[in-house]
Design a protein around this ligand. Structure first.
Ligand code: AHR
Length: 618
């Protein structure tokens, strides 16, 4: 294939090309990125998932019972556990299917109510009962008040597995009435950037290595909620943890609210990601819609949320942000209205009154914000953009390579959820979910690469792309595949085959596309060409899908002469169905060579079938 790349005539890219998407699904936050180690720490319940003792067991002969006391810890956390026992009494937590124990400082706290003159013991132990770390906490507990206690635990050794538990015990004979009430029992390992209430380090490290440029949050279906009342409410995810009630996610478990709006923004700060904030848009997953006459409240709520994030401390919600510790406003440049409003009978109301109302209110108050519709299945008004999601078989990613060639840059598109989910079957995706792959697999990742190249070629029209869902706790998940998978053992995190593709493309960022011409049609070689004008590096990104032989390439960049060096990185895998699994090793082979431009400035190389490659001049 002969390719000639012009010197000019392309378009500036958004600068955001590859990002991340997060909603509470697959225990990606709770039991994942959110570093809290205690599962069901505050016995939070909802109609869908009533309060329970899930993850807790009684120590020795003590007994546990849930109580809704007349003087609860807070209105947000009305349920607590009463622990009753005569000798050593207490409770043990199984963590998010295990607790990783290694020589580092764990920071814990709990609230307790009841007269008790003695001490508590906080400990980590193995499945066989071996104590891995233990500390005594002198009681400050009194009869009619909730008193918070703090402690640290520093194990001296790494445990042989993450099959460990946490326990909190006391001497029941010294507790007045033989029992005490507990709530909000929390334990954190060291977090990324040492943030209190922060994020799990190795997952953040994986994300940092991937280098996402934006974060779309907080959903996804989980933003929408099963019902209108069950929607994700930003104002219930901020402030002290004891004031966050939590809620039922749309994904078969409850969330604590610990990873809330501020934590999302701090995550963006920590990884240098542009926030793409999705606001609730009047449609719940069960199809319930807010009628036009009642929509103002929700539009105002979205404006309040934006003010909370971006307003000066002189504004009502900016002052609230300052009060909870963030005087400096954040910047929000993108707001998406809802999620997949083309589904669940939502499209006609979305077109007729829901989207227009949010769009008008937000652009009037914040003209600098790029508002995005949650679909492209409609005529997008004014300067708004849209969001397109694609879950499909690999072959269908290839047929969509040129999908954006005919789009207009006036309405930029976010590719907010993209993943090859099941193997080629000649038809397409089966939404019964039965055949979804557990992990991304190589041919699927190569097919995604082809689609991403189609987006990069049209980078003036595409804001950026993100895989979805992003993370999965293998011990409890609802949707596979994901770009990262993990369990309670940080050493076993799997960076998927798609992770390696996104990472390669992301770390070779084009600021401008450059038009290419070729006598050969696209396929089996697909590519995008451009420039990083910060380094003046000329870039060629490619993928080979369904080729019967290696594809020879002769590539020239106008203005790049004989003898110029370029790095050529080629990703391959042992076979089309190879995947990276939790606890396994990386099967993606990455080979970088330096090649020199020939007499006519041509770079000559060949790419094998099912490969993904980047060439960048030096
Ligand atoms: O990514 C999983 C789900 O897929 C999202 O919640 C939803 O937006 C989409 O249908």
């Amino acid at each position: 294939v002969t390719i000639s790349v012009a010197k000019s005539g392309g378009n500036a890219t958004s600068g955001l090309q590859y990002g991340a998407m997060e909603e509470e699904i697959n225990h990606c936050g709770e039991g994942g990125l959110y570093a809290e180690l205690i599962r069901n720490r505050a016995f939070q319940g909802s109609t869908k998932f009533p309060s329970s003792l899930d993850a807790w067991t009684a120590v020795g002969g003590s007994s546990l019972s849930l109580k809704n006391l007349t003087d609860p810890l807070s209105t947000a956390l009305p349920t607590s556990v009463n622990v009753k026992g005569t000798g050593t009494a207490g409770l043990t937590n199984a963590g998010f299917w295990g607790i990783d124990v290694r020589p580092q400082k764990y920071t814990g706290s709990f609230y307790v109510k009841g007269s008790y003159k003695g001490s508590f013991t906080a400990a980590l132990q193995s499945a066989s009962g071996k104590v891995l770390a233990s500390t005594k906490v002198t009681s400050k507990s009194v009869a009619n008040e909730w008193v918070q206690h703090s402690f640290t635990l520093t194990p001296s050794k790494k445990a042989s597995s993450s099959n460990n538990t946490f326990s909190l015990t006391f001497d029941g004979s010294k507790a007045s009435g033989g029992s005490l009430d507990f709530n909000l029992i929390s334990l954190f390992p060291p977090t990324w950037n040492d943030r209190p209430n922060g994020m799990r380090k190795e997952l953040m490290q994986a994300m940092a290595d991937l280098g996402p440029k934006f974060l779309r949050f907080p959903g996804g279906n989980n933003l929408e909620g099963d019902t209108i009342e069950g929607r994700w409410k930003w104002n219930e995810t901020i402030g002290p943890l004891k004031d966050r009630p939590g809620r039922a996610t749309t994904w078969q478990y409850g969330e604590t609210g610990g990873m809330g709006l501020v934590e999302y923004m701090e995550w963006c700060d920590d990884l240098g990601m542009e926030p793409i904030l999705a606001v609730w848009a009047g449609l719940a997953l069960n199809g319930d819609l807010v009628p036009e006459a009642d929509l103002d409240f929700y539009v105002q709520d979205a404006l309040n949320e934006i003010e909370f994030l971006t307003g000066s401390v002189d504004t009502k919600y900016g002052a609230l942000r300052a009060k909870i510790g963030h005087p400096d406003p954040w910047t929000i440049r993108y707001v998406e209205i809802g999620n997949e409003d083309n589904l669940n009978r939502g499209l006609s109301s979305y077109k007729s009154y829901r989207f227009p109302a949010f769009y008008k209110a937000i652009t009037e108050k914040y003209p600098e914000i790029q508002v995005l519709a949650s679909t492209i299945d409609m005529t997008i008004p004014g300067t708004a953009g849209g969001d397109y999601h694609l879950y499909d078989i690999p072959d269908n990613f290839i047929t969509k390579f040129d999908m954006f060639d005919s789009y207009s840059p006036e309405h930029p598109i976010l590719l907010g959820e993209i993943a090859a989910t099941e193997t080629n079957n000649g038809v397409g995706i089966d939404w019964s979910n039965t055949y979804f792959s557990l992990y991304p697999w190589w041919i699927g990742s190569v097919a995604e690469a082809v689609f991403l190249l189609g987006a990069e070629r049209n980078a003036d029209k595409i804001i950026g792309t993100t895989y979805a869902p992003f993370l999965m706790n293998l011990d409890s998940y609802q949707w596979s595949p994901t770009i990262l998978s993990f369990n309670s053992n940080p050493d076993e995190t799997a960076r998927s085959t798609s992770f390696h593709v996104y990472s390669l493309f992301n770390h070779n960022h084009m600021t401008n596309t450059l038009p290419a011409t070729s006598p050969d049609a696209f396929g089996p070689l697909y590519y995008a060409t451009g420039l990083d004008n910060k380094t003046n590096s000329h870039i060629f990104k490619a993928a080979v899908y369904n080729s019967t032989a290696d594809v020879p390439v002769s590539l020239t960049f106008d203005g790049i002469g004989r003898g110029t060096n370029a790095d050529l990185t080629i990703l391959t895998a042992p076979d089309a169905f190879s995947m990276n699994e939790v606890g396994g090793s990386n099967i993606v082979k990455s080979k970088t060579t330096t090649i020199k431009a020939g007499k006519k400035g041509e770079f000559s190389f060949s790419l094998p079938n099912l490969s993904v490659a980047v060439l960048s001049t030096k």
